[in-house]
Design a protein around this ligand. Structure first.
Ligand code: SF4
Ligand code: FES
Length: 246
C-alpha cells in the first residue's frame, strides 16, 4: 500500500521499501550525499544527507539515506537548522580532507570555504578519504571479494588491505577506485601492470596479454576470478575482447 508523506510541504506517495532519500531524489529534491550509491546498501557514514523529520509532533534530525518512509511523515530538507548542521559536518570533512576537490566543491555549495577544525596535511593521500565505506561495500557486495576493509577506530580509522601493501584477495578490478567519491583511490594501467593505490598502500598487479595482439587487456587476477565464477576454462580468456570477435 502506498505511503503518503510530505517533503518541504509537498505531498508524495512512496512504497514501504523507500527511504526519504530515494523519494526526494525521484522528486528532484537535492539532498547532498557522499556515502550513498544505488549499487550498494546504505551505511550512514558521511552524515551529509541529514534532514529534519516530524513524526507525531516530535522533530528530529535523521540521515535521509537510512530513514524509511512512514505514513504522515513530514520531512524538511532545507531548514536553517538542517543547513547549519550540514555546514558543520562538511567543515569536519574539510578538516579531514583539505585536498579533496569533491569535498571542497560540496562545502562551497553550502557556503563553506574554511573549517574551524584542525586541518590535516593537504598533500597526504589518506586525507582525501572521507571514510564513506563505498569502496569496501562495493568490494564485498558487488565484486564479492571483501579484499579491503575499514580498520582501526577513531582518528586511526582507515581503508586498508589486510597487510597494507599485499594484494590479499584483491582481484584488481578497480571497482573501489571507480566508486570512490573523492579520488582517494587511484588506478593506473601502465603496460603489463595495473597499479592501484589505496590511502594506506599500493600494489602492482600483472596484466594478462592477448595471445593474438599482445594487448594487456585485464588483470590476471580478475581473469582468473571470472574463469572461476563462470566455470569457463581459463583458455576462454586467452584473447582480448576485440580479438575474440575475429
Ligand atoms: S577510499 Fe574513497 S570510497 Fe573508500 S572510504 Fe575513502 S573516500 Fe570512501
Ligand atoms: S549519504 Fe546518508 S549518511 Fe552519507
Amino acid at each position: 500500500m502506498a505511503i503518503k508523506l510530505t517533503i518541504n510541504g509537498r505531498e508524495f506517495q512512496a512504497e514501504p521499501c523507500d527511504t526519504v532519500l530515494t523519494v526526494a531524489k525521484a522528486a528532484g529534491i537535492y539532498i547532498p550525499t557522499l556515502c550513498h550509491s544505488e549499487a550498494v546498501t546504505d551505511y550512514g557514514a558521511c552524515r551529509m544527507c541529514l534532514v529534519e523529520v516530524e513524526r507525531r509532533g516530535r522533530k528530529r534530525l535523521v540521515t535521509a539515506c537510512l530513514y524509511p518512509v512512514e505514513e504522515g511523515l513530514k520531512v524538511t530538507t532545507d531548514s536553517e537548522k538542517v543547513l547549519r548542521v550540514r555546514r558543520t559536518v562538511i567543515e569536519l570533512l574539510l578538516a579531514r580532507c583539505p585536498g579533496s576537490a569533491a569535498v571542497k566543491q560540496m562545502a562551497a555549495a553550502l557556503g563553506v570555504t574554511e573549517s574551524r577544525f584542525s586541518i590535516a596535511d593537504e598533500n597526504s593521500k589518506s586525507d582525501a578519504c572521507v571514510l564513506c565505506g563505498l569502496c569496501t561495500r562495493v568490494c564485498a557486495e558487488v565484486v564479492g571479494t571483501s579484499a579491503i576493509s575499514l580498520v582501526n577506530r577513531g582518528t586511526e580509522r582507515e581503508v586498508a588491505l589486510p597487510f597494507y601493501n599485499e594484494a590479499g584477495d584483491c582481484i584488481a578490478c578497480g571497482s573501489c577506485a571507480y566508486i570512490c567519491p573523492t579520488g582517494a583511490i587511484s588506478l593506473v594501467d601502465s603496460g603489463n601492470k595495473r597499479i592501484i593505490s589505496w590511502p594506506q598502500g599500493t600494489v602492482d598487479f600483472a596484466m594478462k596479454a592477448c595471445l593474438n595482439c599482445g594487448t594487456h587487456y585485464a588483470p590476471v587476477r580478475q581473469v582468473e576470478f571470472m574463469a572461476r565464477k563462470s566455470g569457463l576454462s581459463p583458455s576462454e580468456f586467452d584473447y582480448c575482447p576485440d580479438c575474440r570477435k575475429l
